[in-house]
Ligand binder design. Structure first.
Ligand code: TYM
Length: 328
């Protein structure tokens, strides 16, 4: 059977949070049997902003461990660390040479991130989306399951692939982003106008996947709401809307059912019930994570087999690319 290929990546820039889980990882697990999958801890993307070496090393392991704990298994998915497959670094250079600067100027994530760093901004951060394109194109991925914030990057990848194909022949598959209709953009708890994020200075804004039950209760308790009372899915009220959406995603309930269930109840009750739902949903994942990271070898072996498999596939593609361009 000819299964289509899925590729997605995740940075090791901090602790993973509910947004990563609901917008991406959980969907990767749900669809893994249907596709050939490559899931990558993108450490070369992570270093586009300064990292402390020991923290980076620990974060790479934590992210990889959480992917395995979330249920990505070797039978269906290759899980690997980007820097262990050299082809990513080689293809990005080649793609740099076919990507117009103007296309990168338009990237909104670069604009946001570079505003914070001002003149310290690295060339790597500017080039970030081209490396992401290299990731995807090396594996002939048809689908890229991501949160809504990655849509523009996947579209750029398509444009780069198309331009390359136009010049050198049909080498690359044009990928499509796959964004969940609900959960594609989980918002911050304190600031529900901004997406929940790993590198957020304010730790209370995010529920991290390894937070303790008490931390989860306390963060959700302090989540921003509004001065109204009704518990309904109303996008005009971003705080309550976000809490209800997380509740919906984790319970699998329908919106009307959830609204009926909470009718006449207080925000306090909603927060308490949501906290318990989050705690119970994360419990098996946390348990598995601590079990598997107790044995250092286990994770190392998975990652080393992953890098080998991904490397073989990527090398083949790179050969095709270099041949088409006259580099071989
Ligand atoms: P990263 O590490 O920021 O996030 C990993 C995945 O989680 C999704 N996500 C969210 N989804 C919903 N709500 C949120 N608040 C939220 N925050 C993050 C992201 O959309 C992503 O799917 N550039 C990518 C990494 C990458 C990549 C790739 C992805 C590198 N190469 C190739 C796909 C294909 C990133 O920074 O993801």
């Amino acid at each position: 059977m000819n299964k289509k290929t899925v590729f997605s990546g995740i940075q090791a820039s901090g602790h993973l949070h509910l947004g990563n889980y609901l917008g991406a990882i959980r969907n990767w697990k749900a669809m893994q049997e249907e596709y050939n999958n490559y899931f990558c801890v993108v450490d070369l993307h992570t270093i586009t902003v300064p990292q402390h070496p020991a923290e980076l090393r620990a974060n790479i392991r934590e992210v990889a461990g959480l992917l395995i704990a979330a249920g990505l298994d070797e039978e269906h998915s290759v899980v690997f660390v980007q820097s262990k497959v050299r082809a990513h670094s080689e293809l990005v250079w080649i793609l740099n040479c076919v990507t117009p600067m103007g296309w990168l100027h338009r990237m909104t994530q670069f604009k946001e991130k570079s505003e914070k760093q001002k003149e310290e901004v690295s060339v790597g951060l500017y080039d970030y989306p081209v490396l992401q394109a290299a990731d995807i194109l090396l594996y002939d991925a048809h689908l890229v399951p991501v949160g809504a914030d990655q849509k523009q990057h996947v579209e750029l990848c398509r444009d780069i692939a198309q331009r390359f194909n136009h010049r050198y022949g049909e080498i690359f598959v044009l990928p499509d982003a796959l964004i969940p209709p609900v959960g594609g953009r989980v918002m911050g708890l304190i600031n529900p106008e901004k997406k929940m994020s790993k590198s957020e200075e304010k730790q209370e804004d995010s529920v991290f996947l390894l937070d303790t039950p008490d931390q989860i209760r306390s963060k959700i308790k302090r989540a921003t709401t509004d001065s109204r009372k009704e518990i309904v899915f109303d996008e005009e009220r971003p705080g309550i809307y976000n809490l209800l959406t997380i509740y919906q995603l984790l319970t699998g309930g329908k919106r009307e059912q959830i609204e009926t269930y909470f009718e006449g109840k207080s925000y306090k009750t909603l927060k308490e019930e949501l906290a318990e739902v989050v705690i119970e949903s994360l419990r098996p994942l946390q348990q598995k994570y601590f079990d598997l990271t107790g044995d250092n070898n286990f994770l190392d072996q998975i990652l080393s087999r992953g890098a080998e498999q991904a490397g073989a596939r990527a090398e083949k593609k790179l050969r095709q690319v270099t041949e088409a361009m006259g580099l071989r």
